[in-house]
Design a protein around this ligand. Structure first.
Ligand code: SF4
Length: 416
């Protein structure tokens, strides 16, 4: 068949169209090949499968420019899509703030309550103690840095969970017991309360890492525990905003606040936070009438200046009252602070003396077994009311109504 006559211009147009078609097909194939061999850049969102049971919408946040703002702690992190807060466990996922550690404890133990240390709640009792990963502070001397400074992904495995405590035999006032435990990655609030009751604990502690940053889990467990007749204890660095704290306060019987020093420079350098916010938390707890115990870890050369220890005690006396239990605890080399020796016992004794001279009635020494500062004394007759040796309670003379048997002086706390 005869070819139709075409002009040179028509021939040029046809040639260009054919070339464009080949180029388009080539580009599509190239793009398909690239997509199959190169994944797009990963974001933190990719790390969270939609069905992750530990991810829940968080409390206390608002939409802010190009993301969300967390309102749980004084940092008030602004978080664009896919990014996490300083605590590493709260993130912006698709425009919502989520917690990534709900129902996912990384450490669960049965502890003597003296280990917290909490001295004015049910001495000698067992406390069901648990932690999730994360903390909003960065203490260089953290004792639990493996979990407090971990990302949830680093602590995503299973944890041994005590489920039941069986008494096998009792002789000479001592019980032989067996703890039944199993491994799990997920522990719902109802299961925590059930396990606490089955292991004969009288209270639950949110402890080891920073409970403020696993707030939603703490709140839900604490509400169920209170209904079940258990006591709630939070062991915290106190870095939380007043509004979330106000919602937790009615659920708690004791809050133990780790007041790490009494100098803003020390807090900024060694703790990664600001002292004024911790003092605000302590004042708020007083306003909410929550029994508060304060502990200060005395680290040689860093926060052991007698003037600073005296000022700390004076602040506690003036703002929380003379009945506030205050502990001075012994430092052992930890985490990034390996070059400083343990606190001399004489320093702890001096700190205790200074605090008692400031008018505090219940001042203790921690991590120094055998020290007379382990006992609770009646402030009137000066007799030992609770005699301790390390985590052991050797004697408790305080009546269930909280009074000294000698002179009826009321000792603040929950004793029966
Ligand atoms: S709780 Fe975490 S995310 Fe929220 S403000 Fe504090 S550090 Fe930031």
């Amino acid at each position: 068949m005869e070819e139709p006559f075409i002009t040179r211009r028509q021939l040029f147009g046809k040639t260009m169209a054919a070339a464009a078609g080949v180029a388009a097909a080539g580009t599509a194939a190239w793009a398909a090949r690239l997509a199959s061999t190169h994944r797009p850049p990963r974001t933190f969102s990719d790390l969270i499968p939609a069905d992750n049971p530990h991810v829940r919408e968080a409390a206390f946040w608002k939409t802010a420019c190009h993301g969300v703002q967390c309102e749980l702690c004084p940092f008030g992190c602004f978080l664009p899509e896919g990014s996490r807060g300083i605590c590493k466990v709260r993130m912006n996922s698709a425009g919502r703030l989520v917690t990534m550690v709900y129902g996912h404890p990384v450490s669960v133990h049965l502890d003597p309550i003296e280990k917290k240390p909490v001295f004015h709640l049910l001495p000698g009792s067992l406390i069901y103690s648990l932690a999730a990963a994360g903390c909003n502070l960065r203490c260089s001397f953290c004792q639990n840095w493996e979990i407090s400074q971990a990302h949830p992904e680093e602590a995503s495995g299973k944890t041994m969970v005590p489920r039941e405590l069986r008494i096998l035999a009792v002789s000479g006032g001592r019980a032989q017991a067996q703890v039944l435990a199993d491994e799990t990655a997920t522990l719902a609030p109802e299961e925590v309360v059930k396990a606490a009751l089955a292991t004969r604990c009288r209270s639950i502690a949110y402890t080891y890492s920073e409970p403020a940053v696993f707030y939603e889990y703490v709140r839900d467990i604490a509400a169920l525990a209170k209904k079940a007749g258990l006591r709630n204890v939070m062991v915290t660095a106190g870095y939380i905003n007043p509004k979330p704290l106000a919602e937790l306060a009615p659920l708690f019987d004791v809050v133990k606040v780790d007041l790490k020093g009494f100098d803003e420079g020390f807090y900024r350098r060694m703790v990664g936070g600001e002292l004024r916010f911790v003092l605000r938390t302590l004042s708020e707890l007083r306003r909410h009438k929550v029994l508060t115990e304060v502990v200060n870890l005395v680290v040689p050369t860093l926060n052991d200046d007698p003037a600073q220890l005296k000022a700390l005690a004076a602040w506690v006396r003036a703002n929380l009252g003379p009945d506030t239990p205050l502990f001075f605890s012994r430092f052992q080399p930890q985490y990034k602070v390996q070059n400083i020796p343990p606190t001399p016992v004489a320093t702890l004794t001096l700190a205790r003396d200074l605090a008692m001279r400031e008018g505090l009635r219940y001042v203790y020494v921690g991590n120094a077994p055998g020290h007379p500062g382990e006992h609770t004394y009646c402030p009137k007759c000066r007799q030992v009311m609770v005699r301790r040796q390390g985590y052991l309670v050797l004697e408790n003379r305080i009546s269930a109504s909280g009074r000294c048997p000698n002179d009826g002086t009321r000792i603040p706390g929950i004793w029966g």
